[in-house]
Structures are given as structure tokens and as C-alpha cells.
Design a protein. Structure first.
Lengths: 145, 241
């Protein structure tokens, strides 16, 4: 048990410096990747993966999970399980819904109807802008009506 | 001495069997606190995720706006990484029993934290000037005018009806509410941390810490690293979404 053997050496100065360098490199990589189009989900997931790796380094070396009693590691790991539940259930619920599952408020106010219509047109406009940002041989954007 | 306190080290509370048990217990308590801090920020990150799914196009537009200050975000990330390093060195000094080491590394952390907050306030000021503060001065039309004037945006193409191009993106205020809530909560944690630094520096000058007993420094280190981890996720999600 790590409880009885406090012999894991402390993180050294060189160790802290290496972690800091890794974090700087991770930041540079994250910013660099944001200029490359990896698809609608790709960029976000890549950035999160790098952030996750950086966080793991900080937790393990700088926050001394490495040299702490096992119970500390269990608490830290357990927190991320709770966090996963916090994310997975609402997001799963949201993704599983279709528009017909969401009750629509009756829009009696003509201003609301107009806003909803404009929202749709704006979304179409954004879609067109994005396809215009696609490779040069992509079809020209169709103007919104 | 006949009282029980002579039986154990000065810093050991009488309800612990040993210093080792005391250290393990208080450290566990600190980690449980950090755990709820992670869940607290987790709630904000979950809200971000849900609204990002609901308003993905708006998020794209909004993070494009935050990206105008990407250079400030990058500088702040580097400042925070450096402050994390100085805190690690303060903890290391405490373990070696170097009072001057604790004081100088904590002072360096205090300076870096001030730089971070100063840069953050410049960004907040810019959001204010760009009419992007929900519940305070949010105005998308004025925002677009400021952007066009500053050369960040072009006037909408003639092929698109102006009313559509200048339509307020659905959910845009949700993004900026989350932007201020998340970065604001993070900044608040840093301000609290700066208060803790001053307190620990005072305790250090009073000679409260020894190589065997310096939990304040150790646990402050844990807190500060957690604040850094929160920023590690905030930075790509808000600036590079």
C-alpha cells in the first residue's frame, strides 16, 4: 500500500520544468490546429484531447497524485466519473431528441414568428458562408432569400 | 511535562494518532474540496456543451469574435503556466524549509496572477466597447457597426438581404453570458488565490512552517494547479471553438 510506503520521490525541479514545457507545447499545438480545418467536430475534439492530456500531467506530477496515498487518486478519478455522468446524461438526452419531442410554445406574438423565420434565414446564410469557405472548386454560395 | 501534548509534535492535533495520519486526513479533505470545485466548474462546462450543440452556428460566429483577442488569450495561458511553475517551486522550497524560497516564489506567483487579471480586464473592456455584455449593454447592431468600423468585418454582400446578414444570431447572448460566467468565476478563483498567497506569506514570515509541517503551502499549490487546469479547458473552448 502506498499508505505505508511514503517512498515515492517528490517531483524534481527538472520534472516541473518538463511539465511546464509540455503545457507550452500543448498550447502551441492547440492554437496551430485551430488554423487547420479538421471538420465540424474534429477541431473541438482535438483541442479537448490535448487539454485532457495537459490536465493529466498537472494532476499527476504537479498536484502530486503520483506521490500521494492511493485514496487521493481514487477521489480524483472518482470526480471525473461524476463529471462524466454530469455530461453524458443531459447531452445524451439532447442528442436523442428530435424536433417533434420538444413542445413548441404557441407563438401568438407576430414578432416571435418573424424572429423564428429570421433565425432560419440567418442559419441558412451561415451555412452558405461556410460552404463558400470550402475548397475553391466548391459551388458558389446561393444567396439567401 | 505531564500533559499529553508533550507526547506528540507541536503541530499535531490531539485527535490524530500521528503527524502522518493528520497529513493524510487533511490532504483528503482538500481533495474532496477540489472535487466539488471540479463539479462546480463542470456545471458551467456542461451548460456550455449543451448550448454549443443547440446553437453550433452561433458558437462559430461568437468564438470568431473572441478570437480577435487570441493573442491575449495565448499570453494569459503562458502567464498561468508560468505561475503554476512558481507555485510548484514555492511548495518545493517549503519542503526544503527555505523561508526565503517560499516568499520569493509566492511573490512571483502574485505578480503573474496580477498580470493575468490585468490582461483579462483589457479583454473585458474590449467586450464592453463592442456591445457584447449581456444584461448590460448587449446590442448586436451596434456591435456589427463597431466591427465594420474596426475593419474586422466587411459590410454584408449585396446578394444577401441586409436584414438577414445583420440578424442577431439566435443564442448569441447565451454564449457571451457563459463567456463572462466562466472566465469571471475563473478570475474570482484567482483573486481568492491571491488573497491566500498574501495570508501564506504572512504565516511564512512568522515562521509557521517547517519542512515537516507546511500544509497551507501544499494545499494552496493544489488549489492553484486546479485553477490552471480550468483555464487549460476554458482557453480552447472560448477562443478556438
Amino acid at each position: 500500500m502506498s499508505n505505508d510506503t511514503p517512498s515515492t520521490p517528490h517531483t524534481t525541479t527538472a520534472g516541473y520544468l518538463l511539465v511546464a514545457l509540455a503545457l507550452v507545447a500543448g498550447t502551441a499545438l492547440t492554437v496551430g490546429l485551430s488554423f487547420v480545418n479538421l471538420g465540424k467536430l474534429g477541431n473541438g475534439l482535438a483541442a479537448l484531447a490535448i487539454a485532457g492530456a495537459e490536465a493529466a500531467l498537472v494532476l499527476y506530477y504537479c498536484m502530486h497524485i503520483r506521490e500521494s496515498a492511493r485514496i487521493i487518486g481514487i477521489v480524483a478519478f472518482g470526480t471525473f466519473i461524476w463529471l462524466a455522468i454530469l455530461f453524458l446524461f443531459p447531452v445524451g438526452d439532447l442528442l436523442a431528441r428530435t424536433s417533434s419531442d420538444i413542445p413548441k410554445a404557441q407563438a401568438f406574438d407576430p414578432a416571435d414568428l418573424h424572429r423564428q423565420e429570421m433565425d432560419q434565414k440567418w442559419l441558412q446564410y451561415q451555412h452558405d458562408l461556410r460552404s463558400a469557405g470550402a475548397p475553391a472548386d466548391a459551388p458558389a454560395p446561393t444567396p439567401a432569400h | 511535562m505531564s500533559d499529553g501534548h508533550a507526547m506528540h509534535p507541536t503541530h499535531q492535533k490531539h485527535y490524530f494518532d500521528s503527524m502522518r495520519q493528520q497529513t493524510e486526513s487533511t490532504k483528503l479533505g482538500m481533495w474532496l474540496f477540489l472535487s466539488q470545485e471540479i463539479m462546480f466548474f463542470g456545471g458551467l462546462f456542461a451548460a456550455y456543451t449543451i448550448y454549443r450543440i443547440m446553437y453550433s452556428d452561433t458558437w462559430h460566429v461568437a468564438s470568431g469574435i473572441v478570437r480577435h483577442s487570441l493573442h491575449l488569450g495565448v499570453i494569459n495561458t503562458l502567464v498561468l503556466i508560468l505561475s503554476s511553475l512558481t507555485v510548484s517551486f514555492a511548495v518545493q522550497s517549503a519542503r526544503k524549509g527555505s523561508r526565503s524560497g517560499i516568499l520569493s516564489w509566492l511573490f512571483a506567483t502574485l505578480v503573474l496572477a496580477s498580470v493575468f487579471l490585468a490582461i483579462k480586464s483589457v479583454e473585458y473592456r474590449a467586450k464592453f466597447d463592442e456591445y457584447l455584455v449581456p444584461g448590460f449593454n448587449f446590442d448586436w447592431q451596434k456591435h456589427l457597426d463597431v466591427m465594420i468600423h474596426a475593419g474586422h468585418d466587411a459590410a454584408p454582400a449585396a446578394s444577401v438581404p441586409v436584414e438577414v446578414a445583420r440578424h442577431t444570431p439566435p443564442g448569441i447572448q447565451v454564449f457571451f453570458s457563459l463567456y463572462f460566467a466562466m472566465t469571471g468565476m475563473h478570475a474570482l478563483h484567482m483573486i481568492i488565490g491571491m488573497g491566500l498567497i498574501v495570508w501564506i506569506m504572512v504565516l511564512t514570515t512568522r515562521g509557521r512552517f517547517t519542512p515537516e509541517y507546511h500544509p497551507h503551502v501544499e494545499y494552496f499549490g493544489l488549489y492553484w494547479h486546479l485553477v490552471e487546469i480550468v483555464w487549460i479547458f476554458l482557453f480552447p473552448l472560448l477562443y478556438l471553438a
